[in-house]
Design a binder for this molecule. Structure first.
Ligand code: AMP
Length: 159
């Protein structure tokens, strides 16, 4: 008599498929706009982030209006933060954010200048990145009270 099969049918393939997927991490992305239809730019950014591969938009903070930073005369900003669960690597998420900024007509001019859409990766799980073009946690987190408020709001919804 042979021994009984350990596993049979479709169940046999399921564990290896799951194991091949990298675990998703929690990424906090800050959205800002101070040109054109600011609320529409934020909405389109949320939609674009939610439709990235292997990514779910789990929660969005309230939208807050803030004065521009850097002392330039320019319109005020609408700001919001979203919480993503993503299997993308931080660099891949940065590239996606930059593509979404371009899609919304962002022109890269002066550092603190007005923009249709600005996307910043504020946190990405417990990761620490310090490359020339990507720093995580975002170096301006400690200077921006509204980011800290938005982070607290998103974490208060955590289950
Ligand atoms: P900004 O003017 O805020 O759009 O910043 C532009 C530059 O910040 C980009 O060229 C990015 O490469 C760089 N950068 C560094 N760290 C981050 C981050 N955590 N999130 C987004 N951009 C970043």
């Amino acid at each position: 008599m042979g021994s009984p099969p350990i596993c049979s049918g479709s169940q046999a393939t399921l564990p290896s498929k799951l194991e091949s997927r990298p675990p998703r991490e929690r990424a906090y992305v800050a959205l800002g706009s101070n040109l054109g239809d600011r609320a529409a730019h934020l909405r389109k950014a949320r939609e674009a982030l939610a439709s990235l591969p292997d990514t779910e938009l789990v929660a969005a903070s309230a939208i807050e209006e803030t004065a521009p930073l850097g002392g330039m005369r320019q319109p005020s900003y609408l700001n919001q933060m979203v919480l993503l669960e993503t299997g993308l690597e931080p660099r891949r998420l940065l590239e996606a954010c930059q593509a979404i900024e371009q899609q919304e007509g962002r022109q890269r001019t002066e550092r603190w200048g007005p923009r249709t859409l600005d996307l910043d990766i504020v946190r990405f799980g417990d990761r620490r990145v310090s490359d020339s073009d990507l720093i995580i946690p975002h170096p301006e987190l400690s200077d921006r009270d509204f980011w800290r408020r938005e982070l607290a709001e998103l974490n208060s919804h955590e289950r």
